[in-house]
Ligand binder design. Structure first.
Ligand code: FAD
Length: 390
């Protein structure tokens, strides 16, 4: 590895790293991209079996209001018009999500918005009465005061407790700031204007992003195997791994929730009749079951592939999925971020692990393009909204 043969070392072949590599190559800059997994794509990685596209790290639905990012991503794959419409299974009772007129009809038989609103108000009033004028002090009280007891008990409680591995009465109220409730018959999970799944999966997007003579990709390579060497030899590093690991956890470990996926092929044409079913009771150990063929309608005959998603406690041997952005972790993250800024001006900490925040795909791509904008003079090439929030 000769100094200066590459302008950039990029750590991580997820969307943040891959988009940066692609945009740098477009401007004649050479990158080495290393990825500790055996494949590119990060958590967006998909593979195909029995003609069915399986998302290896949980279902990924692209949804955004940002027209530029929607146009950008569709340069690399054809997207279908998939709309996420999730069904909840509570002990065998089925409900449409997100909470809308269909859910209320299934729950109470209410047929008009006025009837549904009256029912929710009645339950909220009873819940607020129990609080005797004080604010909700845990997630359970917060959820009941927003939506009432029935929906909380059947559709929120068990699911949330499984996700977090803690009782709802022990979880902070701020986790549920608001609960989207629709008084229309509309099961579309996301409110965004543009939504879809790339036909044939996400991995093709990464194949195209990284297909350049100016990008060398090395999978199965952990940055920490040669950290000092890498930092010494590369003028600039784009690091999308865990920020606390970069500093050898000196201010403490940042907490995550992890997941375990169980995937199997079944010799049935149609197992559950929907792409995603949430299991909202406390007893079923998994939170969701995906039947992949329903995302894009592609499959060999007579088979299906399903995946069950089990939340689990994170430790250093498990994949880190969801950051736990409570006060304690936010404070630890700030210490790392301050040190990163002061001591490593040539390292950019980016993406969901580098910045310890939950990013949807569109947001992480906008963040990567904002970095491109800072790094190169591209005002003439792009006009992206700077906003990484939805
Ligand atoms: C279960 C689940 C479902 C999701 N569903 C959706 C969805 O429906 N819609 C949506 O918009 N978003 C969804 N997301 C979010 C989406 O996955 C992220 O926005 C996106 O993957 C973030 O990209 P990234 O590049 O920051 O991180 P990643 O995709 O995680 O990429 C980081 C890469 O860095 C590599 N790496 C880490 N450390 C090292 C190291 N030391 N050396 C070398 N390589 C390293 C990792 O192996 C990984 O490949 C979901 C996320 C999860 C967890």
């Amino acid at each position: 590895m000769k100094r200066n043969s590459y302008e950039y070392l990029i750590v991580g072949a997820g969307s943040y790293g891959a988009i940066f590599a692609y945009e740098a190559a477009k401007r004649g800059k050479r990158s080495l991209l290393i990825e500790k997994r055996e494949h590119i794509g990060g958590n967006m990685y998909t593979h195909t079996e029995h003609g069915i596209t399986v998302h290896d790290f949980g279902d990924h639905i692209f949804h955004t209001d940002n027209k530029e990012i929607w146009d950008y991503i569709r340069k690399f794959a054809e997207f279908n018009g998939y709309q996420n419409q999730v069904v909840a299974n509570y002990k065998g009772e089925l409900y449409n999500l997100p909470f809308n007129m269909n859910t209320f009809y299934e729950m109470w038989g209410t047929k008009t918005p006025a009837e549904a609103k009256a029912k929710i108000e009645e339950q909220k009033k009873a819940a607020l009465g129990n609080l005797n004028g004080r604010g909700p002090k845990n997630l359970e009280e917060q959820a009941i005061s927003l939506i009432g007891t029935d929906i909380y008990e059947k559709l929120i409680k068990g699911y949330t407790e499984k996700q977090w591995g803690r009782k709802a009465t022990e979880l902070p109220a701020f986790i549920i700031k608001r609960l989207p409730v629709r008084f229309i018959f509309d099961n579309n999970y996301f409110n965004h204007r543009y939504q879809g799944i790339p036909v044939g999966g996400y991995t093709q997007i990464f194949d195209k992003l990284l297909d350049s003579p100016l990008i060398d990709v090395k999978t199965g390579e952990d940055f920490f195997a040669h950290k000092d060497e890498y930092l010494a030899k590369f003028p600039k590093v784009i690091y999308t791994g865990m920020i606390d690991q970069f500093f050898d956890y000196k201010y403490g470990e940042l907490e995550y929730r992890s997941l375990r996926f169980e995937t199997k092929k079944v010799d049935e044409e149609n197992v559950q009749g929907n792409a995603v079913i949430n299991y909202t009771d406390a007893e079923t150990p998994f939170t969701r079951q995906m039947e992949w063929k329903h995302f894009d309608g592609l499959s060999d005959d007579g088979v299906s592939v399903i995946t069950r998603e089990y939340p689990q406690q994170w430790d250093r041997n498990k994949e880190a999925y969801y950051p736990v952005n409570d006060e304690k972790n936010t404070e630890i993250y700030r210490k790392y971020a301050r040190e990163a800024h002061a001591a490593y001006p040539n390292v950019v900490f980016g993406g969901r692990l580098g910045q310890y925040r939950y990013y949807d795909m569109d947001q992480v791509m906008i963040a990567a393009l904002n970095l491109v904008r800072r790094e190169f003079d591209i005002s003439k090439d792009f006009n992206f909204a700077h906003d990484e929030e939805h």
